[in-house]
Design a protein around this ligand. Structure first.
Ligand code: EPU
Length: 333
């Protein structure tokens, strides 16, 4: 167990906000996590993964928890599938690299998403037509209130687009310690999103799909080791068919891109933001990323206020021009 006081959170958030935490504690087992929960009862708690989906807006007057559990194991297998259990602190892409190496299919489209296993199961990360929920069988968690362990089935996690029960009614109530995934021994390629099929080429393998996804991501998205960001800053808004028709009628001069899906019509927030003229624009040290305007970046020593103001102005403009509300996917702390 490692505990530090009054430390800078700069190395612990990919947006690179230089804020402080009163206490930072890292545990190496579920038992240590339970001890920390007992020791810091009553304190404000924040469990972080790689800090790749949050924006610290000020110093954190509480205890930041982080997991140093970073292993994965095969639990069971049948003729077609393998169950893999991963610790919450394992870097998601390290897990995916290992699985692809073993020829196991299901997570290759999620390659190169920043973050750790536990947070990815809270957020239901997704890319190129696959979401974490498609491969998650169950998650194992510890209750913050009394340290009891509980297993949530996939259904009990109430997964939705970048959403789960852990972001809603159980927010702050459980810490996910392990995630169990079901992978396929045979490749079931999912190549229908964007230009993935052409990028992956002929005779695909789990590894060639992983490599194609990484190439596409590297072309469009900032490398978190080089430029601070938290990936997509906003969620893609979903509107009703009636709303979509009303918006299209008001903007007959342009063709609005859209994706039909359960529950309505998804409009790419990147497109809405670009139409409002924000692509590449700066606000203090924060910038709307020129290659993918859904991403806000820390281009030049941005303060939390720079990012918050930029995001707020973008939301106001999108609402004014299209009447559509876009909301942050990133958690403000
Ligand atoms: N677009 C523009 N201008 C641009 C870029 C994109 O208008 O400069 C429009 C185009 O119409 C394009 C559409 O946006 O077809 C979709 O763009 P893209 O395929 O890049 O995907 P996205 O919807 O912007 C989502 C995820 C990404 C994920 C990609 C690929 C969300 C919030 N974001 O972005 O996830 O990598 O799809 O599956 O759903 C993340 O969560 O951090 C993340 C990067």
């Amino acid at each position: 167990m490692k505990t530090e006081t009054n430390i800078s959170l700069l190395p612990y958030n990919t947006f690179r906000m230089d804020v402080k935490a009163k206490i930072f504690a890292e545990y190496s087992s579920v038992e240590e996590l339970k001890q920390l929960l007992e020791q810091y009862k009553g304190e404000r708690l924040l469990h972080i993964g790689a800090g790749s989906n949050l924006l610290f807006t000020k110093d954190f007057d509480g205890v930041v928890l982080h997991s140093a559990m970073r292993r994965a194991r095969a639990l069971d297998e049948d003729g077609d599938t393998v169950l893999i259990e991963a610790d919450n602190g394992l870097v998601l892409d390290e897990l995916i690299a290992q699985l692809c190496d073993m020829g196991l299919s299901g997570m290759e489209n999620l390659s190169y998403i920043p973050g750790e296993v536990g947070a990815s199961a809270v957020q239901n990360v997704g890319a190129y037509g696959v979401e974490a929920k498609d491969v998650i069988v169950q998650v194992k968690a510890v209750a913050v209130a009394d340290g009891t362990e509980r297993i949530f089935t996939n259904e009990e996690c109430k997964y939705g687009y970048r959403d789960s029960i852990f972001k809603n009614e159980l927010q702050g109530k459980y810490i996910i310690t392990h995630v169990v995934y079901r992978l396929n021994k045979r490749l079931e390629p999912k190549l229908d999103y964007g230009n993935l099929r052409s990028e992956a080429g002929e005779n695909v393998s789990v590894m060639s799909i992983r490599e194609a996804v990484i190439r596409i991501r590297q072309q469009k998205l900032p490398e978190v080791s080089e430029i601070g960001s938290a990936g997509s800053f906003f969620k893609n808004p979903i509107v009703s068919r009636t709303e979509f028709e009303a918006i299209s009628n008001q903007h007959r001069e342009i063709t609005i891109p859209y994706y039909e899906q359960e529950g309505g019509i998804k409009i790419p927030a990147a497109w809405l933001i670009e139409q409002c003229g924000w692509k590449g624009k700066m606000q203090g040290g924060a910038q709307c990323y020129p290659k993918q305007p859904l991403v806000l970046v820390n281009a030049n020593n941005a303060t939390p206020e720079d990012v918050v103001n930029l995001a707020a102005e973008i939301c106001v403009d999108v609402k004014k021009k299209f009447g559509v509300t876009i909301s942050p996917e990133v958690n403000y702390i």
